[in-house]
Design a protein around this ligand. Structure first.
Ligand SMILES: NC(=O)c1ccc[n+]([C@@H]2O[C@H](COP(=O)([O-])OP(=O)(O)OC[C@H]3O[C@@H](n4cnc5c(N)ncnc54)[C@H](O)[C@@H]3O)[C@@H](O)[C@H]2O)c1
Length: 258
């Protein structure tokens, strides 16, 4: 139980990867605060965790609103006494050819995936420093931030920013004993991946469910599940990962060799 006695916040935990990360953190012993734009989906995540014997607190959290982030931290600390880990999982994807991408879609992706993530890092780091015992931050980037997939230019660029930000913050906050790492998942079976498959098949034909299966990493031969990414994130939140710092680790079944 590498996270026994720790309190971890997961953003965007109302479904998909965030729910898998929250479940994996609870499996590792953490008390988990699950935040998302609406309460019902995170209440369901919390219910699943508590049914499995874990502790969870659901709350509304918008990562683009600093007041909402500050309030989430206060509620997490109020409920569980302290805060030890933060997972920046919330993210959005707007598929479009780069030539046609509306400015609003570019900006929305940057606002949530980069600026919102940075605000969360900044506000939680101040809390960790005030507590005086350090902490761990894990950012959910993407292998898209290394590869640069077609029709995802704004998303790719934002995730590349997260990879670099992870390095910068790890170096800057090491004196405060704050460890910052990122994961770079490949295609993980979530509503976001299904939306990508629907976007592609609506233009090229075919069945989106079948396409999701065909997007499976070649070496793995099946799609990646959210909890599998979650278990890597849980490891990165733990003391066992103290020697891994500022890294962006591929969790994509071997698809990206760098
Ligand atoms: N699914 C994949 O294949 C894949 C691959 C690599 C990286 N990722 C990344 O993993 C993360 C989770 O993606 P997912 O596949 O579960 O997507 P998803 O769309 O299924 O879930 C994203 C969650 O983030 C929440 N969210 C969006 N904006 C928010 C905001 N402003 N504040 C708080 N929450 C917000 C949504 O409500 C949703 O619950 C994202 O950062 C995504 O970019 C996904």
């Amino acid at each position: 139980m590498a996270l026994e006695g720790r309190t971890v916040v997961v953003t965007g935990a109302g479904g998909g990867m965030g729910r898998g990360i929250a479940e994996a953190a609870a499996e590792a012993g953490a008390r988990v605060v699950v935040g998302d734009l609406a309460l019902d989906p995170v209440a369901e995540t919390a219910r699943r965790i508590e049914t499995g014997g874990g502790r969870a607190l659901p709350l509304v959290l918008d990562v683009t609103d600093p007041a909402s982030i500050t309030a989430a931290i206060a509620r997490a600390a109020g409920a569980f006494g302290r805060l030890d880990g933060w997972v920046n999982n919330a993210g959005i994807l707007r598929m479009e050819a780069a030539l046609d991408l509306p400015a609003a879609d570019w900006e929305a992706q940057m606002r949530v995936n980069v600026s919102g993530l940075f605000s969360c890092c900044q506000i939680v780091a101040r809390r960790f420093i005030a507590q005086g015992e350090g902490g761990a931050i894990v950012n959910v980037a993407s292998n898209a931030g290394k590869v640069g997939y077609p029709n995802m230019a704004g998303y790719n660029a934002g995730k590349a920013a997260v990879i670099n930000l992870t390095r910068s913050l790890a170096a800057e906050w090491a004196p405060h004993r704050i460890n910052v790492n990122a994961v770079c998942p490949g295609g993980v079976e979530t509503p976001m991946l299904m939306a990508v498959a629907e976007w592609i098949t609506s233009r090229q034909g075919g069945d989106p469910k079948e396409l999701v299966q065909r997007m499976a990493p070649a070496q793995l031969g099946r799609p990646i599940q959210p909890i599998e990414v979650g278990r890597v994130v849980a490891f990165l939140l733990s003391d066992a990962a103290a020697v891994i710092r500022g890294q962006s680790i591929n969790v994509d079944g071997g698809d990206t060799p760098y």
